[in-house]
Design a protein around this ligand. Structure first.
Ligand SMILES: Nc1ncnc2c1ncn2[C@@H]1O[C@H](COP(=O)(O)OP(=O)(O)OP(=O)(O)O)[C@@H](O)[C@H]1O
Length: 265
């Protein structure tokens, strides 16, 4: 069985006075260890709903999710999430924000200095050693997001779940964080599922792009393997013929096969 196996998953939400809203219907998916998979699809199709289910934040209506041969029944330190809003605690420094998560997972098995070393290593991974003692209010948006990524990576998750992690950032900061994430992924080979709206981000980072059909009752409409050698370079990808073809395939899916009228978005 694959590292992450999603089996015939359905998710419905109760709506007062109306039939349940079926967000996801019959999603089956296998993701191998070390793979970087991206979920892309129109707004409201159910990307975050699927990611939350994998994270164990919500439970499926039917179907099941198996991660590392164990059924997902709730959140766990094996699956770390990073959201668009970094959700740092404002009264703690960067270091303390990361340490908080590290303590939750390792305090029973590791000494104080080991916890501290682990925290420092995670901050170094995102090049924030110099800002360890700063508070979130003293950081730029990109730096806060890097602390969020450090916090997730510090617990050495087997699975990293990213929900539009760079969505709130300007294009240049976004590009540098994407490059940073690519470097981290090359070093750690963490299995990752990322939600994004950004097609170029998906092609740059992914081994696979999972294209979701429009909801309600969304499904995986297409599964595109991105066979571009790593390390990848964003400038080369802008013109490389292979990358341009992937771009066309995703655009074709989103704007022809799953076209949405403006009033329904
Ligand atoms: N708790 C809930 N109760 C009712 N409906 C919900 C709930 N959560 C999500 N939905 C609905 O499920 C559908 C999928 O939502 P979801 O947030 O997963 O979409 P998305 O693809 O992540 O959207 P976006 O790209 O805009 O973030 C939407 O129609 C949304 O309104």
């Amino acid at each position: 069985m694959a590292y992450l196996s999603i089996q015939d998953l359905t998710k419905s939400f109760p709506i007062k006075g109306k039939p349940d809203f079926v967000a996801l219907d019959g999603i089956s998916l296998e993701i191998e260890k070390g793979e970087f998979a991206t979920l892309i699809g129109h707004s409201g199709c159910g990307k975050s709903t699927l990611l939350d289910l994998i994270g164990g934040l919500t439970q499926p209506t039917t179907g099941r999710i198996i991660c590392d041969s164990r059924p997902v029944t709730g959140p766990g330190p094996d699956r770390a999430m990073v959201f668009q809003s970094h959700a740092l605690l404002p009264w703690l420094t960067c270091f303390e924000n990361v340490l908080l998560g590290v303590r939750q997972v390792f305090s029973r098995t590791e000494s104080k200095s080991e916890l501290s070393d682990r925290t420092a290593a995670a901050l170094e991974l995102v090049h924030l050693t110099h800002a360890a003692k700063r508070y979130p209010a003293e950081l730029s948006g990109g730096m806060k997001q890097r602390v969020g990524i450090a916090r997730a990576l510090a617990v050495e998750p087997a699975l990293l779940l990213l929900d539009e992690p760079f969505g709130a950032l300007d294009a240049l900061t976004r590009a540098s964080l994407q490059d940073e994430l690519m470097g981290i992924m090359a070093d750690t080979a963490t299995t990752t599922v990322m939600v994004t709206h950004d097609l170029d981000e998906a092609i740059l980072l992914s081994d696979r792009i999972l294209m979701m059909t429009n909801g309600p009752a969304a499904q995986i409409g297409d599964d595109l393997a991105v066979a571009i050698d790593r390390p990848r370079d964003r400038l080369e990808l802008a013109t490389a013929r292979g990358a341009v073809r992937y771009r066309e395939q995703v655009l074709e899916f989103l704007y022809r096969r799953q076209a949405r009228r403006v009033e329904s978005v």
